[in-house]
Design a protein around this ligand. Structure first.
Ligand SMILES: [Fe+2]
Ligand SMILES: [Fe+2]
Length: 198
């Protein structure tokens, strides 16, 4: 079987994961929740692995992310690379900024002050009321929820301002959109989506 046909099956698997309005599967959300209870950052070896794949401005953004978010980004980048290689692609066939896209796709969360429980509540509210409506909320808690839910747009703006590759910028912007709305190559993006489960 060719790499691209295997890639198509990855895209279909990613499509099926879009089961909670773009927020991923309940299982992945539960895994993220319990993982986020530990504030620890990545191991020194994992941090080095990440920094080797980031530009100096991207490293500064990465350092601003919380410990659980940095661990999550490293997990996504590593798993996405593994899925691409298992599909028969080589690293040189992946677009520039592919690993950085995994590492930094959630960087927009640095603008929100919500903790783990606040994030869970924001996600539940967005599922219940609709993401676009919740993104317009105001007030002390409402504006934090709105910023958290807009982390895709905010992250894309931060990465654009840091001179990141267009792939990295676009994936930050598109990673909560349904697959049919992606501007990026759907097979390539599906590796990141499947690794994310967010
Ligand atoms: Fe996200
Ligand atoms: Fe994520």
């Amino acid at each position: 079987m060719g790499g691209r046909s295997r890639g198509a099956s990855s895209a279909r698997r990613a499509d099926r994961r879009l089961s909670l309005g773009g927020f991923g599967s309940a299982w992945h959300l539960a895994v993220r929740f319990f993982g986020a209870l530990s504030p620890a950052g990545p191991s020194p070896q994992d941090a080095c692995w990440a920094e080797e794949r980031l530009s100096p401005p991207e490293r500064e953004l990465f350092a601003r992310m919380s410990g659980p978010d940095r661990r999550h980004g490293i997990g996504v980048a590593r798993d996405a690379l593994r899925l691409a290689l298992e599909d028969g692609l080589s690293e040189s066939e992946l677009p520039p900024g592919f690993a950085a896209a995994g590492l930094l796709h959630d960087v927009g969360k640095v603008r929100s002050r919500l903790g783990t429980f606040g994030r869970v509540l924001a996600t539940v509210l967005a599922i219940g009321f609709g993401r676009s409506r919740a993104c317009r909320w105001q007030g002390r808690f409402g504006s934090e929820v709105a910023k958290y839910l807009a982390h895709d747009r905010i992250g894309a703006e931060l990465l654009e301002a840091s001179g990141s590759d267009q792939f990295t910028v676009r994936w930050a912007r598109e990673h909560h959109l349904p697959a049919e709305a992606w501007q990026l190559d759907r097979v390539i993006a599906s590796y990141l989506k499947e690794a994310d489960g967010d």
